[in-house]
Design a protein around this ligand. Sequence first.
Ligand SMILES: [Zn+2]
Ligand SMILES: [Zn+2]
Length: 145
Amino acid sequence: MPAPYTGGCGCGAIRYSMTTEPLISYLCHCTECQRRTSSAFGLNTQIPAENLVIEKGTPAERKRRADSGNELGLNFCGDCGTPLFSIPGARPQIRVIYCGTLDDPSWVPVKLHIWSDSALPWAIPDDGIERVSGQPNMADYIGKV
Ligand SMILES: [Zn+2]
Ligand SMILES: [Zn+2]
């Protein structure tokens, strides 16, 4: 798929593009993603911060603790509330894009299940994709899965 990939919030106040291929994409079964999506898991992809371009609007940000214990800067639309991406406190050079906000999330290449120990029992398919029980060091997986 050719870059850039585009996405935005539900009301259209925030639009963004990704100007690179993802470093890694995964389903995150942590309780933070369950709460944020009000669903079973997050569909997330990581890119370098400089490759996320906010094309329209300014996301609002709220800091919170992730299951890993690290601070997470949750960026969302202040108008409609759609969560868009996060900034991991431990890796501020990374943006974790919430892929449900992409105009077309169907291409996202899922490479891992993470936080599998908090997965809902019916929400982690036997799909042959590697499972990690908690928060992995993503550097161990980028380009290797
Ligand atoms: Zn919005
Ligand atoms: Zn998560």
